[in-house]
Design a protein around this ligand. Structure first.
Ligand code: IVH
Length: 700
């Protein structure tokens, strides 16, 4: 296709690279995206396909080349271009006032500052040589750190190449930046880690630092990180004369700068900024732990100089920490959907940064023992953003008599089966039958990235199990509206809606079905990879460890988890039964007849429901969307079409009737000769998917 574009594939590849860089810059640096995520993905896919056909045109700084390096044996120690000093800081006002007085004394009364959020992440040095990212080094001891270049390349907002369009780029540029993990990503990562029996990170900073220090760049790539750049460590040529101009220059070179930075004239401005950020702290989707005040004028910075630890021209005013002390009342073992039994702390309610907290996760019995937390103890609880609170530590109370150490019960609190320890964790082996696990499984199967059954949330799943309506997962598909109506909280309408939603879910995409089974380690991304690789559930199910490992992102550990799970007799019987109800559709191939079409459905169809039409169109590669735009290829109008038909007429979009739809579907005899798969699962999925895409490639 693109091979026929004027100038040939090489020129097209160059155009695509430039376009993708430009759109990333608008998105990450200017916060003014000009195209949809979908369009971006389409261009990315076009470039990827083109480069696959013509590997000779791949450049090292192509946007497709973010992940590619092989795992390392260890990190190289690299010296920074200039020392990465730390900051003088305090949560009290007085040291800040003294800082301001010192500056005024040295520089006069019209001293100018820049104030910035103090990002709570991992500090890193980025070096660009000839405009290309040549290395990334962790802060380490401030003089030298670890080379994590390949990992930094996986961060989408780190440009692989500097922009030269608005401001001449320097030949050499060493920067200081903060790598962060946004809260949504952090929570999703911890959920994944816990699900696969691994210890969660205590906060987003540790998660960012830990993800950056993975020897396998693919693991880093699966943990979406972000970056903000705030300082020039070294540059060839003349550096910008002020901090404010530095930030502008960094933006022009395509580097993401935090949008909240601003000029400040004195203590009053500084405190206003501090108050504003502290108040808005919960609305940010990343963690900050204070503000940083910096002299704006670079010449003035040289004048005041630095100590061996920190510059004299900057000061950090920290926020009070978001942790509190309260009393732990009770520890309760809670059984999750995979059978992991998690000790939960019930505490006297306490306010943490505006939210009342009464429960916290204690993770596993070894954590409880390690922190020596007992019922009745005074404990310090911490909350980071919207994250589930954690018990940080026990507070000593000399002379107070304590309860006995907490022990995990021998039997499952939900079904009474004997519990089994596995490493630090404890499991209820009554897979799928234990009521607590069953309710969790039902909820997971109905969740947004699985069968997406509206109305089947946690509460309903629990109710169905508690009332004995479902004792076995496949019974979900035999529920009747009449039975549901007898339950508390259900009326005729809600009961019918749920039954219909369950029926509609019987035709689902293969990836959703695989994900919905709740196989250990198999998150949304991995399920997508498996679906595009095997294209039929039976093929996937029959695959042995070795075959599974030929799938992108699947290592030996994950392969083994998958085969072991599927081979368990309970699971195998259950899957057989589920297959009797559910007939999953394989994902489209790039050679699919309808690939690239965007279709909107409106009105009542006679031969099939709209959702079935959508599934069949999607199975052949079309994209079915809900609103009509100029990009829409066809609007399919059934009986009593809605506004969408009018809009199609206004925009001049082609309109099909039901016969036209059927023709489109049958004309689309998909070419099954094995073209490459559309979904490359490289994390270029839509935003919702990004939020909790798993894809921990065989982390040992
Ligand atoms: S300036 C020599 N600006 O805070 C001055 N640091 O506790 C260089 N940090 O290690 C630091 N946000 O990693 C600066 N806007 C910001 C920052 C920032 C976060 C980090 C930095 C430093 C730590 C000190």
């Amino acid at each position: 296709m693109s091979d026929s574009s004027p100038g040939g594939p090489e020129r097209r590849a160059r155009e695509l690279r430039e376009a993708l860089r430009h759109y990333s810059y608008l998105y990450y640096v200017r916060n003014q995206p000009e195209i949809s995520d979908e369009r971006f993905d389409e261009l990315f896919l076009e470039l990827k396909t083109l480069e696959e056909a013509h590997p000779e045109f791949v450049t090292p700084d192509s946007p497709t080349q973010r992940v590619g390096a092989a795992p390392l044996d260890g990190f190289e120690t690299i010296e920074h271009a200039a020392p990465m000093l730390s900051l003088d800081s305090s949560a009290d006002l007085e040291p800040l006032q003294r800082f301001d007085e010192r500056m005024r004394k040295a520089l006069g009364d019209d001293v100018a500052y820049v104030v910035e959020p103090k990002l709570d992440g991992a500090s890193i040095e980025l070096v660009y040589e000839g405009g290309r990212l040549s290395r990334a080094v962790t802060r380490g001891d401030g003089v030298r750190g670890e080379g994590v270049t390949e990992n930094a390349r996986t961060i989408q907002s780190v440009p692989l190449r500097l922009r030269d369009a608005d401001r001449t780029m320097p030949g050499f540029l060493a920067l200081r930046a903060e790598v962060i993990m946004r809260l949504g990503e952090f929570e999703a990562l911890n959920a994944r880690l816990l699900e696969s029996d691994r210890a969660p990170f205590a906060n987003p900073r540790n998660a960012a630092a830990g993800s950056l220090r993975q020897l396998d760049p693919r693991i880093t790539a699966a943990r979406p990180l972000d970056i903000y750049v705030y300082d020039i460590l070294a540059i060839d040529g003349r550096p910008p004369p002020t901090q404010w101009e530095t930030l502008e220059a960094l933006r022009d070179w395509g580097l993401p700068v935090n949008e909240r930075c601003r000029p400040a004239a004195g203590v009053e401005d500084i405190l206003a900024f501090h108050a504003e950020l502290e108040e808005g702290r919960d609305d940010l989707d990343y963690e900050i732990d204070g503000i940083v005040v910096k002299l704006d004028d670079m010449a003035a910075r040289d004048e005041v100089g630095e100590t061996s630890h920190h510059p004299r021209w900057a000061f950090a005013l920290k926020f009070p920490p978001r942790n509190e002390v309260t009393r732990l009342l009770h520890i309760f073992p809670s059984v999750g959907r995979t059978g992991v039994v998690t000790p939960i702390a019930f505490m006297r309610p306490v306010e943490l940064g505006g939210v009342t907290v009464s429960r916290a996760n204690l993770h596993n019995r070894e954590e409880v023992a390690r922190k020596d937390i007992r019922e009745g103890d005074r404990v310090r609880v911490q909350r980071a953003g919207d994250v589930i609170p954690q018990v940080l530590e026990r507070i000593e109370e000399p002379g107070r008599e304590r309860a006995e150490p907490w022990v995990m019960p021998a039997e499952c609190p939900s079904c009474g089966t004997g519990l089994e320890p596995r490493g630090p964790y404890t499991f209820c082996p009554n897979l799928f039958a234990c009521p607590a696990q069953l309710a969790g499984r039902i909820q997971h199967l109905g969740s947004r990235h699985a069968l997406d059954i509206e109305g089947l949330g946690e509460e309903t799943a629990n109710l169905l199990v508690r009332q004995g309506l479902i004792e076995h997962l496949p019974r979900l598909f035999e529920l009747e509206a009449e039975t549901l109506m007898e339950l508390e909280g259900f009326a005729e309408k809600s009961a019918t809606n749920l039954v219909e939603a369950i029926a509609a879910a019987r035709r689902t995409e293969l990836a959703r079905f695989i994900y919905g089974l709740g196989i250990p380690e198999v998150g949304v991304t991995v399920a997508g990879e498996l679906a595009s690789h095997f294209r039929s559930f039976e093929e996937f199910r029959a695959a042995d460890d070795e075959t599974l490992q030929t799938v992108d992102g699947i290592g030996p550990r994950m392969a083994e988890q998958i085969t072991t799970f599927l081979a368990r007799p309970v699971v195998s019987g259950l899957v057989d039964e589920l297959r009797g109800f559910i007939d999953p559709v394989p994902p489209p191939r790039s050679g699919d007849a309808l690939a690239g079409l965007r279709i909107v459905l409106t009105g009542w169809l006679e031969t099939m429901s709209r959702s079935e039409a959508a599934k069949r169109l999607e199975a052949q590669g079309a994209k079915v969307t809900s609103s009509v735009s100029k990009q829409t290829s066809y609007v399919v109008a059934g009986e009593n079409p809605g506004r969408k038909l009018e809009r199609a007429q206004t925009l001049g979009v082609e309109i099909l009737d039901e016969a036209g739809l059927l023709e489109l579907l049958s004309g689309g005899g998909a070419d099954d000769s094995g073209g490459s798969d559309v979904d490359d699962g490289s994390g270029e999925a839509d935003a919702a998917d990004r939020a909790d895409a798993s894809g921990e490639p065989g982390e040992a």
